[in-house]
Design a protein around this ligand. Structure first.
Ligand SMILES: N[C@@H](CCC(=O)N[C@@H](CS)C(=O)NCC(=O)O)C(=O)O
Length: 206
């Protein structure tokens, strides 16, 4: 069975939600603490030189990293989890899938570990990337429709992002106040019974 390296509540939770929407089986290898020196880090580093989650080892033994790449491979086998190919919505699906990782994840890469990147005033880097992330979410909110999911009635792999994203900084209360459509999509997708187990395991349910 494919093995997903991850930690509760981290970015691997997004991939777990995607797998659960697709009904695809996986074994979770918990590498909690992988961002500090230790056995979990060594285990993950052996597979992914960036030492990030999600990291997937597929059934054929190949390693697949990058949330968007994993989503696209999953989509090949589960085409119902995105708007139909050739439609404007499909183009937006691709755009936002890449936008999430290219923009939102970048703020976390630098802002969550500022001392890796600057020797002085790391808190300034953290504050500026936090601010940038809030602005990104305000833009995303302006693109959102009326739900219940990102693409209206259609559940897509993009929706997997929202329950996890609202649990990260700037956190739920900020989204409720400044990005209520995103908060609502996160809430709606979290109600789906096929996600209950994975949301609970990742401490994403109240
Ligand atoms: N581009 C990667 C980014 C993954 C990523 O940044 N994951 C975070 C967890 S939420 C991580 O592993 N951070 C630890 C680090 O960067 O050292 C993706 O899209 O999967």
């Amino acid at each position: 069975m494919q093995k997903l390296y991850g930690a509760p509540g981290w970015g691997s939770a997004i991939t777990e939600i995607m797998f659960s929407l697709a009904g695809e089986a996986y074994q979770l290898i918990d590498v909690e603490g992988f961002d500090r020196p230790g056995p979990a880090r060594d285990k993950l580093l052996a597979l992914n030189p960036l030492c990030q989650v999600p990291t997937l080892v597929r059934e054929d033994g190949t390693v697949l990293t990058e949330s968007a790449a994993i989503a696209l491979v999953l989509l090949d086998e589960n085409p119902q989890l995105a708007p139909a190919a050739g439609t404007p919505q499909r183009a937006q699906f691709y755009r936002l899938l890449v936008w999430m990782v290219a923009n939102v994840y970048a703020t976390l890469t630098y802002g969550d570990y500022p001392e890796r990147w600057v020797s002085q005033a790391p808190q300034e880097l953290q504050a500026s990337t936090d601010r940038h992330r809030e602005n990104l979410y305000l833009w995303l909110e302006a693109q959102a429709g009326d739900g219940p999911y990102w693409f209206g009635e259609q559940v897509s792999l993009l929706d997997a992002w929202f329950p996890v994203l609202v649990s990260w900084k700037p956190r739920h209360a900020w989204f409720e106040q400044h990005a209520p459509k995103i908060a609502s999509i996160a809430h709606n997708i979290s109600q789906r019974p096929e996600l209950e187990r994975v949301l609970r395991a990742n401490q994403l349910l109240p």
